[in-house]
Design a protein around this ligand. Structure first.
Ligand SMILES: Nc1ncnc2c1ncn2[C@@H]1O[C@H](COP(=O)(O)OP(=O)(O)OP(=O)(O)O)[C@@H](O)[C@H]1O
Length: 287
């Protein structure tokens, strides 16, 4: 079991938190190096190695239970590797002292699947929350930035005084995005941003994600089942496959490339997934 306590490093036994890039080799912003995550000795992710560069927009796809959320939580330092490591800007997330880990998290924005707003706070206070938490901004700057960000996500000023329960799901999602980007984090992680929304609102969210990327050089990681989002927003797709369904020796990262190449991928598991075709799954499920 590798679920990490909120601010406690699992290990400080090496100096990898200050690892330097190999001479002459450009370092990626995020690096997964032979990452394995196991629960009760059952690996959910095994030997995942990949590099995410600054400015990339990555969609992480794959069928339910393949480990997308676990990968995302590991990236956020919420789950620590069973073996291997994840580095952000050269720092090993699981080897950092709590204060540095907390500082590093300020460089991430997170859009939760259900928006995860504080129900007792107004929309204004929800969006202001990261700015106030950072203790770096005067209240007049908080105020102008919150209103500017509500406008950016297409919400009228009148929502500022409302509470989350008074808004639609799509509006709450947009509030969640405004809150996630208000400090202009280097990385924004979106957890199933369009799930539960109608097609039009889904596309509004797609446009917002593109808009964030166009406004500043953010790196985006989108965990999604939505192939329209994947095609429209991502410039790189990572498709994971459930470990239990892999043949012996097969890599778990089934696809790593541009969205346009997915449909013609020689591996039928990739092309079937993106076309939403069940193939022989029903027979398999029936045993
Ligand atoms: N804390 C945990 N303890 C034990 N097992 C876990 C834990 N977290 C995740 N798992 C297991 O890891 C596997 C992958 O889960 P994960 O939530 O990452 O899948 P997913 O690809 O995000 O699925 P979905 O698309 O349905 O959200 C599942 O079998 C899940 O039961």
């Amino acid at each position: 079991m590798t679920e990490a306590p909120d601010h406690e490093p699992v290990s400080q036994s090496n100096d990898s938190s200050t690892a330097q890039p190999t001479a002459g080799k450009q370092r990626g912003l995020i690096e997964f190096d032979r990452l394995t995550i196991a629960f009760n000795e059952q690996p959910v992710l095994k030997d995942i190695s990949l590099t995410i560069d600054r400015g990339e927009t990555i969609a992480v796809i794959g069928e339910s239970g393949c480990g997308k959320t676990v990968l995302m939580k590991t990236l956020l330092g919420l789950i620590h590797p069973t073996s291997g490591r994840v580095t952000f800007d050269g720092k090993d997330l699981s080897a950092l002292p709590p204060k540095q880990c907390a500082d590093l998290r300020l460089r991430f924005g997170f859009v939760f699947q259900n928006a995860a707003l504080f129900d007792s706070m107004t929309i204004f206070d929800n969006v202001a929350f990261p700015m106030r938490q950072s203790h770096r901004y005067a209240e007049d700057e908080v105020s102008s930035r919150v209103m500017e960000h509500l406008h950016q996500v297409g919400l009228p000023a009148s929502v500022a005084s409302k509470r989350p329960g008074e808004l639609s799901g799509g509006m709450r999602k947009r509030v969640g995005i405004a809150r996630a980007i208000i400090l202009e984090p280097e990385v924004v992680v979106y957890d199933e941003p369009t799930t539960g929304l109608d097609p039009i609102m889904s596309d509004v969210i797609n446009e917002l994600m593109i808009g964030v990327r166009n406004r500043y050089p953010v790196t985006s990681v989108i965990v999604t089942h939505d192939m329209r989002t994947t095609r429209r927003v991502a410039n790189r797709v990572l498709m994971l496959y459930p470990r239990t369904r892999l043949k012996k020796g097969e890599p778990q990262l089934l696809f790593d490339g541009p969205p346009a190449d997915m449909e013609t991928d020689p591996d039928s598991r990739v092309s079937q997934f993106v076309r939403g075709e069940a193939g022989t799954r029903l027979q398999e499920l029936a045993g």
